[in-house]
Design a protein around this ligand. Structure first.
Ligand code: SF4
Length: 215
């Protein structure tokens, strides 16, 4: 397993490789980020941004999503995977926001997780990016990178990955580490064909060394 000292090397490397890593979901306020993040489940940010470019013109506040028919909303997001379920959740969470939170997204992860379709990952993304509250959302890239590097075991759950990274990373770096690990996983340590031969972390990465030997 990776040591704490080696993890500091990883953090330094993420910073050197991706100093400008950021949230790639286009949004103007917490509500738009909540909708975009919900849409991004099992879908690329590129596709979500293509859909929300029109969606956020047509719908600006929760009331708009409550008023539209489910069929019309489904039609608006039909190019996105799981669009039927996502439409249902967007309408239901908009209703709850109006009824319980005056139409505003609550700036609290645990409260946000009571909204339909909003899990821990989505809530972490929104509190950290929209409200500046340090949090570390574990998506598919963060999980894969942590496990390949030996930060976590392959059998660990996303919550185990989140807790381990948070334990070994200064709180003020959680959000940026989340973005940098996503960029590292999206553009360098890709799911298929990770760039091990040119990886500055190869010397401490068991998975990379295994892959190099197998070539
Ligand atoms: Fe990913 Fe390969 Fe680098 Fe390991 S050595 S972090 S598997 S790219």
């Amino acid at each position: 397993m990776l040591t704490k000292t080696q993890w500091q090397v990883c953090l330094q490397t993420f910073e050197e490789m991706f100093p400008d890593a950021h949230c790639e979901l286009v949004h103007k306020n917490p509500f738009e980020l909540l909708i975009a993040t919900l849409l991004s489940a099992q879908c690329t940010d590129v596709l979500v941004n293509r859909v929300t470019a029109d969606l956020f013109q047509k719908y600006t506040v929760p009331e708009d999503y409550v008023e539209v028919s489910i069929e019309e909303l489904q039609q608006d997001i039909r190019s996105i995977g799981l669009y039927r379920n996502k439409s249902k959740n967007i309408k239901a969470l908009s209703e709850q926001l109006i009824e319980e939170y005056n139409g505003e997204v609550p700036p609290n992860r645990d409260v946000m997780m009571t909204l339909p379709g909003v899990g821990r990952k989505t809530a972490n993304v929104v509190v950290s990016n929209a409200f500046g509250i340090p949090a570390l959302a574990v998506d598919t890239h963060v999980e894969r990178v942590a496990k390949r590097l030996g930060m976590n075991r392959w059998k660990d759950r996303p919550i185990d990955v989140e807790e381990k990274i948070m334990r070994w990373t200064p709180r003020e770096q959680w959000t940026q580490t989340h973005h940098q690990m996503i960029f590292f996983g999206r553009y360098h340590c890709k799911a298929q064909n990770p760039n091990c031969p040119e990886c500055p972390l190869l010397h401490l990465c068991r998975e990379g060394q295994k892959r190099m030997k197998a070539k």
